[in-house]
Design a protein around this ligand. Structure first.
Ligand code: ADP
Ligand code: MG
Length: 568
């Protein structure tokens, strides 16, 4: 029999939305359909800003950007099976990056899945999600919805942050409960990302290793940016007088023009440093696992990380300090106040001399007038705009478009640069730009190679629909890596790397009501990007680069296996 009509009933949809709002999760990205359409409609009606995206992976990446920028979990919503699977890629990427994000997907009735009866978009989603998520939960009873939200928030934010999956069977959403009872079940998670304070003797031992350094180096990773300990980090770097290097998403934690920034002498600094303090940076492939020819063979590492299993992941660590960065760097600063340590100024001076030499050697490429353009002078033109607008967010993806942008465009503020991340993936640029624009309301410049743009280009429609202040830049050199590769066979097709060099990507933006520009010179790039940023309106600048500009695999050519017996 139908339940007796009651004015005091609520249902799973409403309890879910109330649970999210109770925890200040007031934005949601998604692509909706059966069975979650009304989750989004009710969320929007109750005060959650809903951003409808064009692909679930983009919804996940936009939410992940929000997680990185705010430290609160970003939230995204997908339909079942195929939508769910599309949403799994960004869930795993966020987990690799250590960013808090919560994915919610509608799913089928358990009995249909468990008996394999062949439901519409039927998939055992919870079990598919588990290997790709930091944690995964299903909620089968309406009264457990506040609990599943709480568990997801805590799992996403605590320790090393990551991606959490919530499986939402349509049945649960449709269950009813007395509204007053439901109200009483709601709660706000208390201290979702608890401080983890290392023991004082561990701090003392680490600082003793630092005190032994002749050539100390501080390496800042995106964990340090994420941890929102900007003042503590600056105080530590300046107190030690040591050179520092910033991983790409830690750029701006200290302004890139800081005198202790060793970016322009990275090779020499890494080869010579005898003690390296890792603040929220992993010794993974990006740092050559902390060993080999890029590092001093006697280097000692002081590693600060919230995740104890990260220590010794690829080599011996002399001074492991397991703790959260805000507390830990605060304790380092207290220690140094009592026992000052200052790096030998000659070390920093040697680095500054090497930087000046390298800048003199390579700097000219950024300001050259060469037409057709290459990555250097196109990005050099954008740099003029960003140097005049320090609060602009940068989203960035590609191969050369990534490497050269990271090197050329200086960052001045923390957590303002979002890029391909720990895995080095494509398809994140526009969604990160959208997440940053939605979260902060600030202008974003989203810089893509033409290949990278293909993975998420349809999101220009989203940018236009929500009137976001995003200036998209496509650096078009006509292909993956570049546009001049030849088909090694004779069927007349384009090479596997070739894309349309003649493309006018700006017309895609015009199609949805934004402003499109086509730039062939650095002066035009600068003018159009400046206009896009100043207008705060959806803009796309398509930059015509030489098809010969760019290196295969960018800076990671060494990871690209070569045929042993020749190409054919
Ligand atoms: P990058 O790619 O910039 O080198 P990684 O993602 O490799 O940065 O490393 C970030 C590290 O920071 C991860 O190992 C993660 O566990 C750690 N981390 C994240 N948040 C905190 C925090 N609040 N305190 C300490 N470590 C953290
Ligand atoms: Mg290209």
């Amino acid at each position: 029999a139908a339940p007796a009509a009651s004015t005091n009933l609520t249902d799973g949809f409403h309890v879910l939305v109330q649970s999210l709002l109770k925890n200040d999760l007031n934005r949601m990205y998604g692509v909706i359909g059966i069975p979650v359409t009304d989750v989004a409609r009710i969320a929007q009606a109750k005060g959650i800003r809903y951003i409808g995206m064009r692909h679930e992976a983009d919804a996940g990446n936009a939410a992940a950007a929000e997680g990185f920028i705010t430290g609160k979990p970003g939230l995204y919503l997908t339909v079942s099976a195929p939508g769910f699977l599309n949403g799994i890629v960004p869930l795993k990427e966020a987990t690799e990056n250590g960013w808090p994000v919560i994915m919610m997907a509608g799913s089928s009735s358990r009995e249909l899945i468990d008996l394999g009866e062949g439901d519409y978009e039927g998939l055992d989603q919870l079990n598919y999600a588990k290997p790709f998520a930091k944690a995964a939960y299903r909620v089968d009873k309406v009264e457990d919805i506040p609990l599943v939200v709480a568990r997801a928030i805590r799992a996403a934010c605590s320790g090393r942050p990551g991606g959490v999956y919530i499986d939402l069977p349509g049945d649960t959403l449709g269950q009813t409960i007395d509204a007053t009872v439901a109200e009483g079940l709601l709660y706000k998670v208390n201290d979702p990302a608890p401080a983890q304070i290392p023991a004082q003797h561990v701090v003392d031992e680490a600082m003793a290793v630092l005190a032994s350094a002749k050539k100390p180096l501080i390496y800042l990773g995106k964990g340090a940016a994420y941890a929102q300990c900007d003042d503590e980090v600056r105080q530590f770097v300046e107190a030690t007088g040591a050179p520092y290097l910033a991983m790409s998403m830690a750029k701006g934690l200290l302004p890139d023009d800081h005198p202790q920034n060793a970016a322009s002498a990275r090779g020499m600094t890494m080869r010579e440093a005898d003690v390296v303090v890792l603040l929220g940076a992993r010794l993974n492939w990006m740092l050559n696992f902390g060993k080999g020819k890029h590092w001093n063979e006697n280097v000692k590492f002081i590693q600060v990380d919230i995740d104890p299993t990260e220590i010794d992941n690829s080599r011996y660590i002399a001074a492991p300090v397991v703790g959260d960065l805000k507390s830990t760097v605060g304790l380092f600063n207290d220690y140094l106040a009592a026992h000052p340590f200052k790096a030998d100024p000659a070390w920093l001076e040697a680095i500054q001399a090497d930087s000046a030499k390298n800048n003199a050697r390579f700097g000219g490429a950024e300001t050259a007038d060469t037409v057709p353009m290459n990555h250097y002078n196109a990005l050099g033109a954008i740099k003029k705009v960003t140097d005049a607008n320090h609060d602009v967010y940068i989203a960035n993806e590609g191969a050369n478009a990534l490497d050269d942008c990271r090197d050329i465009i200086d960052m001045y503020l923390p957590r303002h640069r979002l890029d391909c991340g720990t895995w080095g993936v494509m398809g994140v640029g526009l969604p990160y730009a959208i997440g940053a624009a939605v979260t902060t309301g600030k202008p974003v410049i989203s810089i893509h190679g033409d290949s990278a743009f293909g993975f998420d280009g349809m999101e220009v429609e989203t940018i236009c629909r929500y009137h976001l202040p995003v200036t998209v830049v496509v650096l078009n050199n006509g292909g993956i890596y570049r546009g001049d590769f030849k088909n090694l066979g004779d069927d007349g097709d384009p090479s596997p790397l070739t894309l349309a060099a003649c493309a006018h990507y700006e017309k895609l933006m015009e199609a949805f009501g934004g402003t499109g520009y086509y730039a062939t010179t650095p002066a035009e790039v600068e003018q159009y990007v400046a206009e896009g940023v100043a207008s705060r309106k959806p803009t796309l600048v398509c930059c015509e680069l030489s098809i010969h500009a760019g290196k295969e695999s960018g800076h990671i050519t060494y990871l690209n296996p070569q045929p042993v017996t020749g190409p054919l």
